[in-house]
Design a protein. Structure first.
Length: 698
């Protein structure tokens, strides 16, 4: 519609407001008119900084350079004004002047004009070549955006008027609405009609959700990460965490979170209208045990923490972590206390007693694969595995029948024709016996005998790059010894795979906070693995922070040491307090009873003065060699309860004897009773140092 026609059409309905040349900093509202690049445009809805060529916000009024403004015509002379008078622009004078008086629509005798109302406009129909009633309100129409599933047929209906919307992007259907009033919006998909009612009472963009299906999933993800939800029909992006996605399809969606150059995924399947899910990515099982920031993320604590000191200096972070046993478990496992357990049994055939030993090749029946797992570290025929001569990338493997995590490999091998004195190996895992993944990088074993020396070489591999459980694990020799070798031979005398069991921390600061501030102490001490780890670590004093002080007499500095008796001879007095004096360097600072060994009645005890909960004992015995003892507790000094009976065949001198009590409870008196000893000495006892570890506050 041209500029003069537009002015004529809206003369009785609206008034355009000329605003001069377009200003990107100005705010424009509906019916503001501007000039931009030689053409005039009318604002359809309020905007700032949106160029007039954007059809969502602007409508072209007149093209070309012959555009001027009524507010620029202070010198225009308007005379002989009469009803129907129009102004016409004169490009020569660059002024608006009197134009021809318009009184009729010449040549349009067959135009259908009915039901006229104030502000009525005519719109030309090029098909019928007639001017017809229109309801465009000055040429600017309300705009409709409908959200519905792809494949829907979307219509807007008002009376006899039916407008079909066009899908302009995935799930977005758009059309203009030709008049004010109540419209019915239908979205039909597979015979199902989703319907909403919309009241249109002004010129603006209306957005309605007319989907057949609605469900939500809220995703929590770390700061700095990106999050996407995607299905076969829909892709949505999060803008903040946590973010709630609304989906419109009953199908499976994939959640993808990218964080620190790692990708974490999860899926959620929607089947029912109105379903709601919550997800956190990544999950605790997917992150490193010592990733402090991730555990804080799981606990809703904001901030970035680079070291454990950052945590200990932040009361909110510390309280959150220490309030959760799982979080404590992650926090303090900055280094692992490794327990290595052999996994492969002593094999007597490739499949006996369990699992299966197999290899890339077998030199002969005397060198079968199981010979590498027979418990005999020898390369003689019948005791080692050997592959065929000059085999490239030869390997020896074991099938555990179920997936296992491997943390250490120990073995011995020899190889012939190693002129360089080194050989490259690696550990690989598989769950299908066909596709093998590296569990370690290539490792160069040096110090091998060269040429025909053919000597056995022990090795240990612990630098695993994979923490994946595999059913099959193998040791592979990379390449051959030398490219010119004529008789490259590999023999594995013995091979063993070990698992790493989770254990306790060796982080002193974290353990001290747990011990001194009682965070999770009950839970940790009730767990046998944690207690075992605490008791055998150098940080025992942090958590089990009640113990016998270093004594200088029977009652100094506190409590009381006593025994059934003590040995004395030639000025040497082996008092009971000397077992608590902190000196393990001399047998003259130990306790010994006057009773003979293996007789009844010998004992040594400490009185804490009040009841303490004792978890653990540590004893250093001299060469009198304890083999059996009882630990007893009492609260009255008379009636004693056995807390544990222990045997130890260790013959090391001095003998270090450590045990967790079998019955843990509160006792004031703790007593050790030797029940069996060996060795040359006549007397019972011979305890260089004795210590009881416990707590009084949990």
């Amino acid at each position: 519609m041209g500029g003069s026609n537009l002015m004529s059409a809206i003369a009785g309905r609206v008034l355009l407001i000329p605003k001069g040349n377009y200003d990107s900093t100005a705010t424009y509202t509906m019916l503001d008119m501007v000039v931009y690049n030689g053409s005039s445009y009318i604002c359809k809805q309020e905007c700032t900084g949106v160029v007039p060529t954007n059809t969502t916000y602007w409508m072209l009024n007149a093209s070309g350079s012959a555009v001027a403004y009524i507010n620029d015509i202070g010198d225009v002379v308007i005379t002989n004004v009469s009803n129907g008078q129009v102004l016409m622009y004169d490009s020569t004078t660059q002024k608006w002047v009197n134009g021809t008086i318009t009184t009729t629509l010449a040549g349009l005798t067959d135009t259908q004009i009915a039901s006229l109302s104030n502000g009525q406009v005519l719109k030309y129909n090029s098909t019928s070549q007639k001017w017809e009633n229109a309801d465009e309100k000055g040429g600017i129409l309300p705009h409709l955006i409908v959200i519905s599933e792809t494949g829907s047929t979307v219509t807007a209906t008002k009376g006899q008027t039916v407008i079909t919307a066009t899908e302009t992007s995935i799930g977005h259907f758009e059309c203009d609405l030709t008049e004010f009033g109540t419209w019915t919006i239908d979205a039909i998909l597979g015979g199902d009609d989703a319907q909403v009612s919309l009241v249109v009472d002004t010129v603006k963009v209306y957005t309605v959700d007319d989907s057949h299906f609605h469900a939500t999933v809220t995703v929590k993800y770390p700061d700095g990460a990106t999050c996407r939800l995607q299905s076969a029909d829909e892709t949505l992006y999060a803008t903040s965490s946590p973010y709630t996605f609304t989906v419109h399809h009953a199908e499976t969606y994939t959640i993808t979170v990218t964080y620190n150059q790692r990708i974490y995924t999860d899926t959620v399947t929607f089947t029912t209208e109105g379903q709601s899910f919550s997800k956190t990515l990544p999950s605790p099982s997917e992150v490193d045990a010592n990733d402090i920031n991730m555990w804080l993320f799981f606990g809703d604590v904001s901030g970035t923490f680079s070291t454990l000191s950052d945590i200990l200096g932040n009361s909110t972070a510390l309280s959150m972590l220490m309030a959760s046993t799982d979080a404590v478990d992650y926090l303090v496992r900055c280094t692992e206390w490794i327990k290595s357990n052999a996994l492969v049994p002593v094999m007597t055939s490739d499949t006996t007693p369990s699992g299966e030993a197999f290899a890339s090749s077998i030199y002969s029946d005397s060198y079968n694969a199981y010979k590498a797992f027979d418990g005999i570290s020898s390369t003689s025929a019948g005791n080692a595995w050997q592959g065929v001569t000059n085999e490239n990338n030869s390997w020896i493997a074991y099938d555990f029948t179920t997936p296992k995590k491997i943390g250490k490999v120990i073995g011995s091998f020899r190889t012939y024709q190693v002129t360089s004195g080194k050989r490259t190996v690696k550990i690989q895992g598989s769950n299908n016996r066909t596709t093998w993944e590296d569990e370690t990088l290539e490792i160069e074993i040096t110090g091998l005998s060269t040429a025909s020396s053919y000597a056995l070489k022990d090795f240990e591999i612990t630098n695993f790059i994979s923490n994946t459980a595999y059913r099959y694990h193998r040791l592979q020799f990379v390449g051959i010894a030398t490219s010119s070798a004529s008789t490259d031979i590999v023999q594995v005398a013995e091979l063993q795979f070990y698992t790493i069991a989770e254990g306790i921390t060796e982080n002193q600061s974290a353990m001290s906070y747990i011990g001194l501030n009682n965070y999770c102490a009950n839970t940790l001490l009730a767990d046998s693995d944690w207690l075992d780890g605490i008791a055998n670590s150098e940080y025992i004093d942090s958590v089990l922070n009640v113990k016998v002080p270093t004594m200088t007499s029977a009652t100094t500095p506190s409590g009381e040491c006593s025994a059934d008796s003590y040995y004395s001879s030639s000025g040497t007095y082996l008092y009971p307090w000397k077992a608590f004096d902190g000196d393990s360097s001399s047998t003259s600072t130990m306790w010994s009873s006057n009773k003979t060994k293996n007789s009844s009645g010998a004992w040594i005890q400490y009185d804490f003065g009040s009841s303490k909960k004792i978890y653990f004992i540590a004893i250093i015995w001299t060469n009198w060699t304890l083999t059996n003892c009882d630990i007893k507790g009492s609260n009255d000094g008379t009636t004693f309860t056995t807390l544990g009976s222990y045997s130890d065949a260790n013959t090391d001198i001095p003998k270090i004897f450590k045990h967790i009590l079998e019955n843990i409870a509160f006792y004031r008196y703790l007593r050790l009773v030797p029940t069996s000893q060996t060795g040359s000495n006549t007397y019972a006892g011979g305890i260089v140092e004795l210590q009881f570890y416990g707590r009084e506050d949990v």
